[in-house]
Write a protein that binds this ligand. Structure first.
Ligand code: CAA
Length: 248
């Protein structure tokens, strides 16, 4: 890639397991990585850790579930760093529980953080991308948006919604040099997956033909590929990366 004119990549939910691996990989690829976070305390510790590894990321606070906060944050990034070329909609949470007990607040929290965030962030970068006739929008969904999972009616709905969004936006901006794709990771060795009770998690791992959890860097590798200029004919796609757990 053209290192003299570094493309800017915004990664939401950067301080989580996948977010961290994606930031590191995109920085290694030569992008100027802007790391979005919500929790100040967690972000401060993350920044120190990343500096220790040799990465000095530009960090921007913003609750991705809140449209006004995102609009302000992206405006600030554009003024201080420049237009965003690569948007990785990665921020996500779980509030697992059987549907018959699911509270409206657990429904709202997951839909707002995992799906509304995709609207909030993409809506605020897309016109700039159209003006510059280049852009990459990469939505991090889940195998559980493709197949469903006991206890995840909220999460599966949000994650399936992300790919519906991908398909339509891909069509709308295809002539503008912008690609929009979904990545659907299976069970990856992140804190989110490690929070599932061990007994349940072991049963899930037993269902994965490859016989192990995925690595965060394996997802980051796919993000890197889709972000590249060479991936310009790939749009509206949904990449499954799940160790064979769900084949269709
Ligand atoms: N399949 C069928 N029945 C199940 C079940 C399952 N997987 N899990 C629980 N049940 C049954 C229970 O035995 C119980 O039956 P009875 O009412 O007859 O006693 C009933 O369903 C309700 O069970 P609980 O009261 O335990 O339900 P709960 O509301 O506490 O929720 C759960 C259970 C926490 C959701 C648990 O099933 C679980 O952790 N499941 C895994 C969820 C999961 O995979 N999350 C992924 C997180 S990581 C991630 O999301 C990343 C990614 O993209 C992959």
């Amino acid at each position: 890639m053209d290192l003299e004119n570094k493309n800017v990549a915004l990664v939401t939910g950067s301080t989580g397991g996948l977010g961290t691996a994606i930031c590191i990989r995109l920085a290694n690829d030569g992008y100027r990585v802007v790391a979005n976070y919500n929790n100040e305390e967690k972000a401060a510790a993350w920044k120190i850790k990343m500096k220790g590894l040799g990465y000095d990321f530009d960090m921007y606070q913003g609750d991705v579930s809140d449209y006004d906060a995102v609009e302000k944050m992206i405006g600030k990034v554009e003024r201080e760093i420049g237009g965003i070329d690569i948007l990785v909609n990665n921020a996500g949470i779980t509030r697992d529980g059987a549907f018959r007990k699911m509270t409206p607040s657990n429904w709202d929290a997951v839909l707002k953080t995992n799906l509304y965030s995709v609207f909030n962030c993409t809506r605020n970068v897309i016109n700039q991308m159209i003006e510059r006739e280049f852009g990459r929008v990469i939505n991090i969904s889940s195998v559980n948006g493709q197949r469903g999972q006991f206890g995840q009616a909220n999460y599966s709905a949000a994650k399936a919604g992300m790919h519906g969004f991908t398909k339509t936006l891909a069509m709308e901006v295809a002539r503008k040099g912008i690609t929009v794709n979904t990545i659907s990771p299976g069970y990856i060795g992140t804190d989110m997956v490690m929070a599932v009770a061990e007994e349940i998690r072991n049963k899930i791992v037993a269902e994965i033909p490859i016989g192990r959890l995925g690595g965060t860097e394996e997802i980051a590798h796919l993000v890197s590929f889709l972000a590249s200029k060479e991936a310009s004919f790939i749009t509206g796609a949904n990449y499954a990366i799940n160790g064979g757990q769900h084949v269709y």
